[in-house]
Design a protein around this ligand. Structure first.
Ligand code: BJW
Length: 236
């Protein structure tokens, strides 16, 4: 089963890896949605019925990005990528840009990116460094009221699914870092990796919902667990 593999390490990250940079997670105490029910802000229906509120929520998060920096866990993944080269792939559920700011190159954003906007009419995607509002007009098709954050909301199809599933099936190692294992399809990636013969490792502050599916669980803050884990792998 494993002899035809490319030797890739595929890593899935979630909000926990950015927590020590100062970005709130979703489901921990004081999580991002405290005061906002997920269905109020993270669905296409919410955007259709109250676009001002949804824009305010994402504008605030975009502004917060300017105040935070990558941490030692983001940096450890850059060290690993530099060591593994094309045998490394990062799949992140995070919509922040901290992996890129740390220097990661081989990354796929499953749930979109805060620093991009998309026209709901013509699907054009552009960089977005400033606040979005309902009155914004699409720079390509000129139509109003359609600019939205380039984010995957509940009920929408995550990005690059085919490439991601194929990469996971080819992985020798699959690690999940700082994700609660509560949101699909990402929560099911470990089962795909295991069925294809990969070794699986979870790194989290506490056991995730799908923890029992991993071969190994390393419990602790990502900035303390990941750098030595990567360091040992590189040293070996
Ligand atoms: C630390 C730490 C530290 C803290 N160090 N660790 C019923 C059953 C199954 C599925 C469904 C269902 N009903 C509906 C669904 C599907 C739905 C879903 O999963 N719902 C669940 C709620 C049940 N999924 C979807 O709708 C997805 N689309 C879809 O399924 O399309 C159809 C499809 C069919 C077939 C194939 C493929 C697709 C879309 C999901 C979109 C998710 N979008 C969000 C919001 C994005 C916008 C935004 O950012 O506002 O993405 S939801 C939110 O959750 C965000 C995150 O990326 C995602 C995952 O959260 P994450 O990263 O795990 O964060 P937390 O807060 O949950 O956990 C943080 C973890 O870190 C914790 O474990 C901490 O312990 C840990 N931690 N500090 C290490 N220092």
């Amino acid at each position: 089963m494993t002899q035809n593999k490319s030797g890739k390490t595929v890593i899935l990250t979630g909000a926990g890896i950015s927590a020590e940079s100062g970005l709130q997670t979703f489901r921990d105490a004081n999580g991002l949605w405290e005061g906002h029910r997920p269905e109020e802000v993270a669905t296409p229906e919410a955007f259709a019925s109250n676009p001002d509120m949804v824009h305010r929520f994402y504008n605030a998060r975009r502004q917060k990005l300017a105040e935070v920096k990558p941490n030692a866990a983001h940096q450890a993944l850059v060290d690993l990528e530099n060591y593994l080269g094309d045998d490394f792939l990062l799949i992140t559920q995070n919509v922040d840009d901290l992996h890129e700011r740390a220097g990661i190159q081989r990354v796929m954003h499953l749930h979109g990116e805060l620093l991009k906007k998309r026209c709901s009419w013509c699907n054009q995607v552009d960089r977005c460094d400033s606040d979005l509002s309902v009155s914004d007009v699409c720079p390509v098709c000129d139509r109003p009221e359609g600019m939205r954050p380039h984010i995957v909301w509940f009920g929408e199809m995550p990005f690059r699914m085919e490439e991601i599933i194929n990469a996971i099936k080819e992985a020798d190692q699959f690690w999940a870092i700082g994700t609660s294992g509560q949101v699909y399809p990402a929560a099911g990636f470990v089962e795909i990796a295991k069925s294809a013969g990969a070794s699986t490792v979870e790194m989290n502050l506490e056991a995730a919902s799908n923890s029992s599916l991993f071969d190994e669980s390393i419990i602790g803050p990502a900035t303390e667990t990941l750098p030595p884990f990567v360091g040992a792998l590189i040293a070996s």
